[in-house]
Design a binder for this molecule. Structure first.
Ligand code: ATP
Length: 248
């Protein structure tokens, strides 16, 4: 079957096999199923629509049909899976660059996992560990109309004022991510490039970790993706990427 996403390019690591689906509850869930079946390294799962797309902390990722991207890569890294935060960074950088090249927009990153255009969310990334694998999930608002309840969201089509070529975006993203992953296997880390695109840094923020709230200035990030906040008393507190909701 010809790929509706034009996925006929070859990569070294991240999309050695491509599984396309019309509809799935979530590509992350499909990826977990494939890991249970074995031999999942290098699989890219991609769907036209998700009925139960997920974001961080069990939140919903609204995933309508109509020319958007919903995908998950499965990788069995030869680096410790404890470094999985690097995958969020590589994916965010690769996706930001792919969007800018394909749609001529300016993309910024919001800590820890969102891609933004003019303060509105255009894409989200969810990296998860499953056994010895890392699953990197990506949802991008490309061309589909967004439901009215997503007030702080934007699509690439809205931002670019024209339809955006989903195949081209996918191709650029996958090839760029593959290159970053290849560099990571040779020891490269991505926190500095990632930090340079994070508009969160330098801002006054409120971070909620469970019932606890930390108020201060978002100062730096580290290799684990944690955000370091300096409070008014001068204490530096680290906020792990997986558990914190940030407001300002
Ligand atoms: P935030 O930091 O914005 O509070 P989050 O990082 O905690 O969000 P994510 O995992 O990035 O959460 O995404 C889930 C949230 O994103 C949802 O709660 C909803 O507000 C918003 N959202 C859901 N679907 C979309 C979409 N298609 N486009 C933009 N935003 C979305």
């Amino acid at each position: 079957m010809a790929s509706a996403f034009g996925a006929d390019w070859q990569t070294r690591h991240v999309a050695t096999r491509v599984v396309e689906m019309e509809t799935t509850p979530s590509t992350q869930l499909e990826a977990r199923r494939m890991i249970e079946l074995g031999d999942a390294d290098g699989v890219l799962v991609i769907a036209h629509r998700q009925t139960a797309g997920r974001g961080r902390l069990g939140r919903e990722w609204v995933s309508p049909d109509g020319g958007n991207l919903y995908l998950s890569f499965i990788l069995r890294p030869r680096r410790p899976v404890s470094e999985w935060h690097q995958f969020t960074m590589m994916a965010a950088l690769a996706l930001a660059e792919a969007m800018e090249a394909t749609a001529a927009v300016v993309v910024q990153l919001k800590w820890p996992n969102d891609l933004m255009i003019d303060r509105a969310k255009v894409a989200g990334i969810l990296a998860e560990v499953a056994d010895a694998y890392v699953i990197v999930g990506v949802g991008v608002n490309v061309n589909a109309d967004l439901p009215a309840e997503l007030a702080e969201a934007v699509s690439l089509k809205q931002a670019a004022h024209r339809p955006v070529n989903t195949r081209e975006l996918l191709r650029r993203f996958v090839i760029q991510f593959d290159g970053y992953y290849d560099s990571s296997l040779r020891g490269a880390t991505f926190e500095q490039a990632w930090a340079a695109r994070l508009y969160t840094l330098g801002k006054a923020v409120r971070a909620r970790v469970g019932e606890r709230e930390i108020v201060g200035i978002a100062e730096t990030v580290d290799a684990t993706g944690a955000l370091w906040i300096r409070t008014a008393e001068g204490t530096r507190i680290s906020c792990p990427a997986g558990e914190v909701t940030l407001r300002w």
